[in-house]
Write a protein that binds this ligand. Structure first.
Ligand code: BF8
Ligand code: SF4
Length: 618
């Protein structure tokens, strides 16, 4: 990997291109006040910062109020991003039609959701049902009364607890607005109240916007089933038109993939001297598209510039989130065309083609043709690292249950059961389960923490489910191949052999952490044990985004201890540090465990899981 990075650095130097590594150097040392969360610029009396000489801002806000307000605004940003993604997909569902660009691929899932939400289905056209379900989903963002519908999917213990603590989320937009209001100058200065609202807002993401993003995507594009693919920059093809899809919302990329498979498009590529069109993904758009079509993954967050530096990408098309603005100037150093498609993500140096769900396939065809036309402009200096690994992806909850059913024949209904998984956990064949999620962060060596932690867990018979950039790190390291069972302890190895699965299951993009919520909820219900007591934890070893903090908050509020390899920016407040590690534990039975050393982090994770087993008497 280091060898690849070196090759790409040489490419950058030759092209006169700047990378995140250069900018990281220029940003070092980073601002200590920002790092500790004790710089406030919420009003123009400031900015105020807490120092040994100034323990309060001009208005009297102390370090706890300032760090707490900054922290909860992080959560609002993350919830807004995830949930707006969910809302966009709901709008696509709302215009789906039998003869349109977007059709219903998973009717059964739609019908189940319609039943759950009290939508009549008998003698109705499936698209009429779809539109009503989409509208109800959209109302979840702004309804004036009540709490979110999906909360009813949670265990009774959790629902009751959220009600008692008054953190059951209301409309999604309202929770985000409440954060902005609470943190306006002259409102909340109490750190505990901010942390509580942080959990409520996070819950509106996990059990609201993200869950809608996942479910509506499954209804429209199909619920993932296991499929083979490959990962790392080696998936780019020397003699094909390479198109990178990047971002999070799969709606446009679904059409790009469809367009690239049309015979006239393939013929057009051949007429320009290429062997065909090769689509490869970055970040969560890659996860979405690989889960459903096996489209190859070029890499994760910190590999986005690397992909362009190969000199072999004809076009990169992006939707929303985690897209470096640097792609504007960087693509100009090569022949690469850069296309943005969303009002949410406008970047200088890109060509803007506004996504329209009614004409998306035609737009996608135009974009793919633009890439094909650009093939002849590729320079002679290209450098595609030869590294890539095979992976099996596509483990939705439905797919996991189906695999388990084949092992035990304990099939109960059309949706199956998590009982076999519970039996494995209870007997100790599996010691526990960990969800490893989140980003890359230049503060630590790229992918290193993800991989070290995953290897240690599977060696200790702990099964891993993963999403986001963590999933891609695992895929690139070969941990999503069935052969990776050789790295496992005897118990997990046996489970992998019987169920014919890899020890690390790709569950999708970051909004698909809602799948993990449903998985853990299913286990809790089948076992009749509250989530907080299960030998199951979460981990974000290299997190960086606001979305990650939102996720961490709904995971904790759902009762799952969360291990962080990057420190949240609240260190300047002892009260905030206490609240996010121990304070939430007293309220919801879970909290953060923070350690920047991945080996120590995984050790404490295993100890935490074993302590939960002991407490359960197993
Ligand atoms: O939503 S893991 S770097 S790509 S934020 Fe972004 Fe982080 Fe990657 Fe997916 Ni999630
Ligand atoms: Fe300073 Fe208070 Fe204004 Fe923040 S809100 S900038 S602490 S005066």
């Amino acid at each position: 990997m280091e060898q690849n990075a070196q090759l790409l650095r040489e490419m950058a130097a030759k092209a006169g291109a700047e990378t995140w590594e250069d900018r990281k150097k220029n940003q070092t040392p980073q601002c200590k006040f920002g790092e500790d969360g004790i710089c406030c610029r919420i009003c123009s009396m400031g900015p105020c910062r807490i120092t040994p000489k100034a323990s309060k801002g001009i208005c009297g806000a102390d370090a706890h109020a300032i760090a707490g307000r900054n922290y909860v605004r992080f959560i609002a940003g993350g919830t807004a991003a995830h949930s707006d993604h969910g809302r966009e997909i709901a709008h696509v569902l709302h215009v789906s039609s039998r003869d349109g660009n977007y059709i219903i691929k998973d009717e059964q899932k739609l019908l189940r959701l319609a039943k759950e939400w009290g939508v009549a289905t008998e003698d109705r056209d499936i698209y009429e049902v779809a539109h009503e379900v989409a509208e109800i989903g959209l109302m979840e963002y702004g309804k004036p009364f009540g709490t979110l519908r999906y909360l009813e999917r949670a265990t009774e213990e959790r629902q009751k607890l959220w009600e008692e603590l008054d953190i059951a989320p209301r409309a999604i937009d309202r929770e985000i607005a409440t954060v902005m209001h609470m943190t306006h100058m002259g409102c909340t200065a109490d750190a505990e109240a901010l942390v509580m609202q942080g959990m409520r807002t996070g819950l509106s993401d996990g059990w609201g916007g993200s869950m809608m993003g996942t479910e509506f995507s499954d209804i429209l594009f199909g619920t993932p089933t296991p499929i083979e693919t490959e990962a790392d920059l080696g998936v780019l093809e020397k003699d094909m038109v390479n198109i990178i899809i990047h971002g999070h919302d799969p709606a446009m990329s679904e059409m790009i993939v469809a367009a690239s498979n049309q015979s006239d498009i393939i013929d057009y590529a051949k007429s320009k001297g290429a062997r065909g069109v090769n689509i490869a993904g970055l970040c969560c758009t890659a996860n979405e598209i690989t889960m459903r079509h096996g489209v190859k993954m070029a890499g994760n967050f910190l590999q986005q510039e690397g992909a362009i530096l190969t000199g072999a990408v004809e076009l990169i098309v992006v939707d929303v989130q985690c897209i470096f603005p640097s792609l504007g100037p960087l693509t100009k150093c090569f022949h690469t065309k850069f296309v943005t498609t969303s009002d949410i993500t406008r970047i200088p140096g890109s060509e803007f083609i506004k996504f329209d769900p009614i004409t998306a396939l035609d737009q996608a065809r135009d974009i793919v043709k633009m890439a094909i036309d650009n093939y002849q402009n590729r320079g002679s200096n290209i450098c595609i690292p030869q590294t890539k690994q095979k992976a099996v992806v596509g483990y939705s909850c439905e797919a996991i249950i189906k695999r388990l059913d084949t092992v035990t024949n304990s099939h109960v209904d059309e949706l199956g059961t998590y009982k076999p998984l519970v039996e494995c956990l209870e007997s100790g064949v599996l010691r526990g389960a960990v969800g490893i999620v989140g980003c890359n962060n230049p503060k630590v060596r790229t992918d290193y923490s993800h991989i070290e932690i995953i290897k240690e867990l599977i060696a200790n018979d702990i099964i891993v489910v993963t999403t986001g950039c963590s999933a891609q790190a695992a895929a690139k390291a070969g941990l999503m191949q069935k052969e990776a069972k050789e790295l496992c302890g005897a118990g997990l190895k046996r489970v992998c052999e019987l169920a014919d699965i890899p020890p690390v299951l790709h569950m999708g993009s970051c909004v698909d952490i809602s799948r993990i919520l449903m998985l853990v909820t299913g286990i809790s219900k089948a076992w009749n044990v509250d989530i907080a007591k299960l030998p199951i934890v979460g981990c974000a070893p290299e997190w960086m985004s606001e979305k990650a903090v939102s996720i961490a908050n709904y995971v904790v509020a759902s009762g799952i201890d969360t291990y962080l390899g990057i420190e949240p920016q609240v260190k300047g407040s002892a009260q905030m540090m206490e609240l996010i590690t121990e304070g939430t534990r007293k309220m919801v039975g879970a909290g953060f465990i923070i350690n920047t050393d991945p080996h120590k982090l995984v050790k404490s994770m295993i100890e935490g899981i074993e302590a939960k087993r002991t407490a359960l008497g197993i």
